[in-house]
Design a protein around this ligand. Structure first.
Ligand code: SF4
Length: 456
């Protein structure tokens, strides 16, 4: 039996299975290492991660890191999209270089949305709300895929390391999928890796906040990023239990080299020695060093990786660090089941009239019992209640207040009618305030050197 707490979910077992199957790590294990975690982190809304330790380390050491995520402009911006925006903004405030992509190439090729509509929805719904929620456009980067030539070039280059069968197997593509649709997958891989290009400061940890359904994109991008590397740094343990690091030039990825592979290995060896790594030796076209388990430290390995990356970039490589991801839970649709853009009652758009948003809350599916008497006796089921989810995810800042609602609901002290009225009022105020912020955001964007062209 899975314990349900104020931040718990009824479908936690599904997520646990997902983690075991795909190797996603539970996020809560990292929580104590984060100075001021976002409420989504504290409340278990972000359930998992892949490789987020590197991002945390960069945050702690005040070194470079980035955050990026994308929005497909095919429907109105709703509370599900807001979750991704909140996560980008939090990482930007924590010092990350922030990237927000309007995935218009994906929307056009996959959903058939016209370029004109992509532009209008992307700009008026997504970008304006992003800035209204707190994204700093001065420090961050907002772009449309279709306008970004560097991104498209990178996608083309990444395509040299991905093939038709692999992409088809991951996404379930059959022979009738258009080439543009397939290409849009590579453009998304490029979106994820773009923050590591030289013009954005080169290789660094990058986190991609996404819903758990987006994990195939993350895994594919990590695979491609690794294949794009010129050098491989492998850690191994031999039969005497000694650890070794093996640094080798990857076959087929030495095409940018302006020297022969043999000379490259020699040059790498020289650099390692110059930087103090005296014990590294050359063995048959690769470099190697053996250590006892206690003497090989993380900082030693990081130092080696830094030298390798530096060399790689001087020779036309990318030196990509594997991108990290955080995974948040899906929000339930207000009518029960999934949130769907084809069912307006199932979601709340950030641009809809506040009265309408409040009305939807009052009609939303709850975890209440059939009668008031039964609810007082048995208590409600907040883990199954979309109104509770709205309050926990978007409407209430103080943890104690959310806990109180949870306890009152479970004990039968709280009744759905008044609870929904409270949530509807909070939603009304939130949407109204957000729309006022949107007006201010429009003015900021219209005056901004980089973004004002979109408003002509
Ligand atoms: S009392 Fe509130 S939290 Fe509990 S089930 Fe009803 S609406 Fe949901």
């Amino acid at each position: 039996m899975v314990e349900i707490d104020p931040w718990g979910v009824e479908d936690i077992e599904d997520y646990t299975r997902l983690f075991e199957e795909f190797g996603i790590s539970p996020f809560k294990e990292l929580l104590s290492r984060i100075e001021k975690p976002h409420p989504y982190m504290r409340r278990g809304i972000i359930v998992g991660h892949r490789g987020y330790e590197e991002v945390l380390r960069a945050m702690r050491e005040r070194s470079k890191f980035a955050v990026m995520s994308g929005f497909m402009p095919s429907g109105r911006i709703h509370l599900g999209g807001k979750m991704v925006m909140d996560e980008i903004i939090w990482h930007q405030r924590m010092g990350g270089d922030a990237f927000a992509c309007i995935a218009d190439m994906e929307s056009h090729s996959v959903r058939g949305v016209s370029w004109k509509e992509c532009r209008e929805i992307g700009l008026n719904d997504y970008i304006v709300s992003l800035v209204a929620l707190g994204f700093d456009p001065e420090k961050g980067h907002i772009y449309f895929q279709s306008e970004n030539k560097k991104l498209q070039d990178l996608a083309f280059e990444l395509g040299t390391e991905a093939n038709f069968s692999e992409i088809s197997a991951i996404y379930g593509f059959s022979g009738d999928v258009s080439i543009s649709h397939m290409t849009s997958v590579l453009v998304q891989n490029a979106d994820i890796l773009q923050p590591q290009l030289l013009e954005y400061g080169g290789p660094k940890p990058v986190v991609i906040p996404v819903g758990v359904d987006q994990d195939p994109h993350i895994r594919l991008t990590r695979d491609i990023a690794s294949r794009m590397r010129m050098w491989e740094v492998e850690k191994d343990r031999n039969k005497n239990q000694n650890l070794s690091i093996r640094i080798s030039l990857k076959e087929g990825r030495d095409r940018g080299l302006n020297t022969t592979p043999g000379a490259a290995v020699q040059e790498m060896l020289k650099r390692m020695k110059e930087k103090g790594y005296q014990d590294i030796r050359e063995y048959d076209m690769h470099l190697n060093v053996y250590y006892t388990p206690s003497s090989l430290t993380e900082s030693y390995i990081q130092g080696v990786e830094e030298i390798v990356k530096e060399f790689e970039m001087e020779h036309g490589g990318y030196g990509f660090v594997l991108p990290a991801a955080t995974y948040h839970r899906f929000m339930q649709g207000l009518t029960g089941g999934k949130m769907s853009s084809s069912i307006p009652e199932s979601y709340i758009a950030l641009t809809e009239p506040p009265e309408e948003a409040a009305r939807k809350v009052k009609l939303a599916k709850t975890g209440g019992r059939v009668t008031v008497e039964e609810q007082k006796r048995l208590g409600g089921l907040p883990g199954e209640c979309t109104v509770y989810e709205l309050m926990m995810s978007h409407l209430i800042e103080e943890d104690d207040h959310v806990k109180e609602i949870f306890e009152e609901c479970k004990s039968g002290k709280r009744i759905c009618k008044s609870c929904k009225s409270e949530a509807a009022e909070l939603m009304f105020s939130f949407i109204k305030r957000h729309q006022e912020e949107r007006e201010r955001a429009k003015e900021v964007l219209k005056k901004h050197e980089l973004y004002k062209q979109w408003f002509r």
